[in-house]
Design a protein around this ligand. Structure first.
Ligand code: ME8
Length: 626
């Protein structure tokens, strides 16, 4: 019987489209799931969407949609993206699914029966984007969210509370007895500090909106979105529905999450499970956060890269490889498209693709495309390869994924060095083709090992490489643990280069190009802004103002208007006379330094400069601009 391995990602909020951050966690989880399958485990890989709560309700309302159809649309986007990114999740859970909602109610009822839920009054601060309560001690005077830096809302409600405080000591004991429960260690220590300072009871219902799971026996309340969400990990594997399935999969082997939601997974969730008497997950791994070109990923900065766009441009495998190679798993890391291109060119096109290409070319030419005889005389090489493979599996098993990937890359370096040192192009001149054959065989066998090691990360490429090497069987652990898997005389295919290098000038950055649906306006909305050509008739400084100039502008049939513009630091009044500029004419008039401004001129501004927009050539004042 194979051993089971149950792995989860966070279930993502459906308030906005998936981005490179959610894709990162899901891709890493997919890599681990694929690796475990190769190693013979019976894997269950779960992902899904978190669809209740105030944040989702707000997003739906802002979009003018009822929350359920809004969630349906967004959940489909996540589901489809994972399919396109080659994610092999076994199930996709949605918290608006009725089965899940029933489980949430039963779970909370059970906590109540066990004496862990009581009614009280919550008064304090709440972060809607994080759906998180904060107590006064966590905050300074500014009352901004310690996690996301956004403004908090003060709420005062009659709520039900969970006796989280009761579990402080039990949790501390669990941490002590299971030193690997939370990983990496520095994240475990953060949680230990919170536990050591003592836990407070947690408000677990809300009454000011109804988009959530109703509290059993008190329908005025909906269950706190985090309680609802965490329960997905058990409702998805049959809790209270299919007990044999549930007891087979639970406890989860790994909850993979981002660092900002560690407290929910490593403290709140385990305490909830203790309350109802269920075993705790075996491991929580909280990875770091991705920035983009050094900046936090944020919708307002417009840098929330669309993973599909990236995958379309470079290919799924390349994006997956880059994320695992460049972002040290566990630590914060920066996404940079330039670094992705550098990795593609150096690691993939040069070290991997080129070696395969050179090797298969020689087998085609000198061995009529048949894999030459295996040769065991080079035991030092074989030993080095097998040591690297062993470290690879150890590193993968202990979730040191970036370091495991280093081992595969080291093997490629080793094989390239071996190829160059053995000079097969000189051996090829020899009548006796055995020495040439054995070098080429050894390189092929290393390439096969690398393809297997990289299969969880670059599944399509690995299948392609294995096929070119003449291997068409299943990918399994045995291909890693024994030397000499490839069979002499099998047909090797010499094809197109595996990867195409990208020259710098070919890359147009994908950052900032994503169209955010909620930022888009329709042509009718754009047409509401009336733009006309205005000819500057007069321009003068305004006494006591350093920044403002007063302009009188001729708008043809619309007459003349006075415009007060903040351009005095950049233009002398004289220099503006006669210019045909762009004027917004339907802006509400405002008073600046006591003077009415009856329109606005358009200008381009950088940190250091400001340039007024003018019309290219001469045209009647008052002409419409569209
Ligand atoms: O927190 N870098 O959902 P969410 C790396 N619904 N990972 C990132 C990231 C970034 N910049 N941005 C997001 C929620 N992530 C809850 C979870 S689970 C029971 C409920 C990833 O949509 C990372 O895994 O805000 C993070 O923890 C998760 O997306 C947050 O997703």
């Amino acid at each position: 019987m194979p051993e089971k391995f149950y792995i989860t990602t966070p279930i993502y909020y459906v308030n906005s489209d998936p981005h490179i951050g959610s894709a990162y966690t899901t891709i890493v989880a997919d890599v681990i799931a694929r690796y475990k399958r190769i190693m013979g485990y019976d894997v269950f890989f779960l992902t899904g969407t978190d669809e209740h709560g105030q944040k989702i309700l707000q997003a739906a309302t802002q979009n003018g949609e009822d929350p359920q159809s809004f969630c349906d649309k967004l959940a489909a986007k996540f589901k489809n993206l994972w399919k396109d990114l080659n994610i092999t999740n076994d199930y996709f859970i949605r918290t608006t699914n009725e089965d899940h909602m029933r489980v949430v109610q039963s779970f909370v009822s059970k906590m109540k029966e066990n004496g862990d839920v009581y009614k009280g009054k919550y008064q304090g601060w709440y972060c809607i984007p994080c759906e998180t309560y904060w107590s006064e001690e966590d905050l300074d005077e500014s009352k901004i969210c310690p996690s996301c830096g956004r403004e908090l809302k003060f709420i005062a409600e009659d709520n039900y509370f969970f006796r989280l405080s009761k579990y402080t000591d039990k949790l501390l004991k669990h941490y002590e007895e299971n030193p690997d429960f939370v990983q990496p260690d520095f994240r475990r220590n953060e949680m230990l500090k919170i536990l050591q300072s003592g836990l407070k009871d947690l408000s677990i219902t809300r009454t000011t909106f109804s988009w959530g799971v109703p509290m059993p026996d008190d329908l005025q309340h909906v269950i706190y979105v985090w309680v609802d969400a965490l329960i997905n990990y058990i409702s998805a594997v049959g809790f209270m529905k299919d007990e044999s399935r549930f007891s087979y999969y639970w406890p989860a082997d790994l909850h993979l999450i981002g660092k900002e939601i560690n407290r929910f997974h490593s403290i709140v969730w385990p305490a909830m499970l203790m309350s109802v008497g269920l075993p705790l997950p075996k491991k929580v791994f909280a990875h770091g956060w991705l920035t983009v070109n050094g900046q936090k990923i944020s919708k307002s900065l417009g840098n929330a890269i669309d993973p599909r766009f990236l995958a379309d441009k470079y290919g799924n495998d390349v994006v997956r490889f880059y994320l695992l190679r460049d972002i040290v798993f566990g630590k914060d890391g920066d996404f940079s498209e330039q670094n992705l291109v550098n990795r593609l060119n150096a690691d993939l096109a040069n070290n991997y693709g080129n070696l395969l290409h050179r090797t298969t070319a020689m087998i085609k030419k000198h061995f009529n495309s048949k894999l030459p005889e295996r040769d065991l005389s080079d035991s030092k090489l074989v030993e080095e390869v097998m040591t690297a493979v062993k470290s690879f599996t150890h590193l993968m098993d202990t979730l040191q994924i970036t370091q495991a990937l280093d081992k595969a890359m080291e093997l490629l370096t080793l094989a390239n060095k071996y190829f160059d040192e053995k000079k097969p192009w000189i051996l090829a001149k020899d009548e006796n083709k055995k020495p040439l054959g054995s070098v080429l065989y050894n390189v092929c066998e290393i390439l096969l090992k690398v393809a297997v090691m990289l299969a969880p990360i670059m599944p399509e490429t690995s299948l392609d490489v294995m096929n070119r090497l003449g291997f068409n069987g299943d990918i399994s652990e045995q291909l890693l643990s024994t030397w000499g898997v490839l069979k002499s005389k099998d047909t090797v295919k010499h094809g197109k280069p595996l990867f195409t290098k990208i020259q710098e000038k070919q890359t147009k950055p994908v950052v900032n190009t994503q169209l955010q649906e909620d930022n888009l306006i329709s042509i009718d909305e754009f047409k509401k802004i009336q733009l006309k050509v205005g000819k500057v008739l007069r321009a003068e400084k305004i006494p006591k103002s350093k920044k403002l100039l007063k302009l009188i502008v001729d708008l043809g049939p619309l007459g003349q208007r006075q415009i007060i513009a903040g351009i005095a630091n950049y233009y002398e009044p004289q220099g503006l006379l006669g210019k045909s500029i762009v004027v917004v004419i339907n802006l509400k008039p405002v008073k600046l330094m006591g003077l009415e401004s009856q329109g606005m001129l358009l200008a381009a501004k950088s940190d250091a400069e400001l340039k007024i927009l003018t019309v290219d050539g001469s045209i009647e004042p008052g002409s419409a601009i569209s």
